[in-house]
Design a protein around this ligand. Structure first.
Ligand code: HEC
Ligand code: HEC
Ligand code: HEC
Ligand code: HEC
Length: 435
């Protein structure tokens, strides 16, 4: 059996994530009825490293908020996120709500099934909500993140899927999520603050029991999800790596957030800490102005040579396809009512009709952009079978090197291990035997 990512945070090294380096915004256009991108709508080429923290929210991104709101529905952001301005999608389609119902026992299924599923669904139990988004996101950061998502939360296994959004769509969504933002006063709210004091306070106040800040010496208190209660455990999973905050968070609201996050985002699991204004300012200054070591992206793992032993379909199914893949690529019965976004479509993707539930359905392949059947084993330019290229592309995405031609699989989930990819490659090279 494919070993599941353990819940323990140790699975994820403290220093990791991806740099949204010079991202390729050239993802194909997905929506035909939108206005042609305006030339002045160009986002800043990269929000990382960030422009100075004092630069306020109102980055000059020319997006249409109204259209952004409509896109949030079209791309089914409300299938994972709350606070989109749209009703959450029905439970049968909602990646988070269905899993939460299974965890809490609300889901209508025999207790034995729920018990069997729980260890598998806990990894998609949460996604951040957008409440208070206009005070928590800078438009330029949203543009950069949505164009090339990278990992933000070391305690969360799933990440933001790499969607097929073009420049204008990204600008429109950023405009929508920041539409009520008020420009800052122009003064640096952090000038004159004491970084050293700030760091001390972060340790004293236990911020490190939920947060890491990669690139600076680790905070004294480290998250320990094993001993945490429900709210703290999920708070730890949702707590971002503070390294990205200077790019992401409008400086004007940072002090207020640190003092009382619920005043900005009532549903947050971050607790209120008793702090004076000066203390909150010192902490904010450390988060924004400490100098972390340069970001070290993950390395792309080495590709292993093909095995010399025989590999059967059953083994590949048990260890790879029948695990996470079938949840998004299967018939509706397997995925509890939905064929999955990789089969019947979703998240703005057209139905690709790739069903990995059985040998014969996998052999029947998928459909291309024009709706014509094609094999998932057909070779790419370098000879790599398409399905293997998708698995390798996910490893590359995790290393901050997304492949502009291939979307990484499994979408939004940790890349397969080299041994698992080796198994798939070997089986294909051996002629994809059924027995
Ligand atoms: C399949 C589920 C899924 C879908 C669909 C999805 N997201 Fe996400 N998104 C996530 C997860 C999980 C995270 C947390 C990633 C992390 O912390 O590394 C995330 C993070 C984000 C963040 C960063 C939030 C923060 O406070 O750190 C933004 C912004 C975002 N998504 C926007 C969108 C938009 C806009 C859409 C639709 C166009 C969308 N997402 C669709 C799962 C999803
Ligand atoms: C109607 C309920 C329901 C919905 C909706 C749902 N899931 Fe699940 N999910 C489950 C169940 C049940 C399992 C456990 C399956 C098992 O253990 O056999 C699961 C397991 C998973 C797993 C772990 C699979 C594995 O074997 O490791 C992932 C990943 C996952 N779901 C992702 C998603 C995503 C992404 C979506 C949204 C497209 C989604 N789920 C929507 C019910 C649901
Ligand atoms: C129980 C866990 C927990 C503790 C303790 C905690 N936080 Fe948080 N923090 C969170 C969560 C969860 C978020 C993400 C906001 C959300 O989506 O609700 C967050 C967000 C933040 C952000 C914004 C970062 C971003 O990327 O959006 C900053 C800054 C921050 N916290 C600083 C602190 C400081 C400083 C302390 C100590 C005074 C602290 N936190 C204590 C859970 C925690
Ligand atoms: C969270 C849902 C999800 C999971 C999990 C997932 N996929 Fe996908 N997959 C998709 C979606 C959505 C598409 C369509 C993407 C597109 O059209 O660009 C897709 C497309 C594909 C394609 C076609 C890519 C191409 O070249 O056009 C392949 C091959 C594929 N997936 C293989 C896999 C394999 C193998 C796994 C398991 C290791 C997997 N997928 C897991 C959602 C998922």
């Amino acid at each position: 059996m494919r070993s599941r990512p353990p819940r323990s945070l140790s699975k994820r090294p403290w220093i990791w994530g991806l740099v949204a380096a010079a991202f390729s915004l050239g993802l194909l256009a997905g929506c035909d009825d939108k206005p042609a991108p305006k030339p002045e709508a160009k986002p800043s080429p990269s929000a990382m490293p960030a422009p100075s923290a004092a630069a306020a929210t109102a980055a000059a991104v020319d997006g249409n908020a109204e259209h952004g709101k409509a896109l949030m529905k079209e791309f089914e952001c409300n299938r994972c996120h709350d606070g989109t301005g749209h009703e959450p999608m029905a439970m049968e389609k909602h990646c988070i709500h269905c899993h939460q119902d299974i965890m809490s026992g609300k889901f209508n299924a025999p207790a034995t099934s729920l018990a069997k599923w729980r260890p598998n669904v806990e990894h998609y139990e949460d996604a951040p909500s957008f409440e208070g988004s206009e005070k928590r996101y800078r438009a330029d950061w949203l543009v950069s993140f949505l164009s090339e998502p990278h990992d933000l939360r070391p305690g969360l296994v799933q990440s933001m899927p790499r969607l097929k959004l073009d420049k204008q769509q990204v600008a429109d969504i950023a405009a929508y999520l920041t539409k009520d933002a008020k420009p800052g006063s122009g003064k640096d709210p952090l000038s004159g603050a004491n970084l050293e004091k700030g760091r001390k306070l972060i340790e004293e106040k236990g911020c490190g029991s939920c947060h890491v800040m990669s690139g600076v010496p680790p905070f004294m208190t480290k998250p320990d999800p094993k001993t945490a209660d429900e709210n703290t455990r999920r708070g730890q999973a949702l707590a971002p790596d503070l390294r990205w905050a200077r790019d992401k968070f409008p400086a004007a609201h940072l002090i207020a957030w640190i003092k009382d996050p619920k005043s900005i985002k009532p549903d947050t699991r971050m607790p209120v800490t008793t702090l004076t204004n000066d203390e909150a300012r010192d902490i904010a200054a450390y988060i924004f102005k400490a100098e972390p070591e340069p970001f070290k992206p993950k390395a792309i793992p080495e590709r292993l040579p093909k095995l010399t032993r025989a590999v059967t379909y059953q083994e590949v199914f048990d260890k790879v396809f029948g695990k996470t893949c079938t949840h998004c690529h299967s018939n509706p019965d397997v995925a509890r009512g939905d064929g999955g976004p990789g089969n019947t479509g979703g998240f703005g993707f057209k139905p690709r009709k790739l069903n990995m539930g059985s040998y014969s359905s996998l052999m029947s392949g998928m459909v291309d952009e024009k709706g014509e059947r094609m094999s998932v084993f057909s070779p790419m330019k370098d000879g790599t079978p398409r399905i293997v290229a998708a698995l390798l592309a996910r490893q590359a995405e995790e290393a901050g090197k997304p492949n502009p031609d291939v979307r990484g699989m499994p979408l939004s989930l940790p890349a397969l291990k080299p041994e698992e990819i080796q198994l798939v490659e070997t089986w294909i090279a051996q002629g994809r035997p059924r027995e």
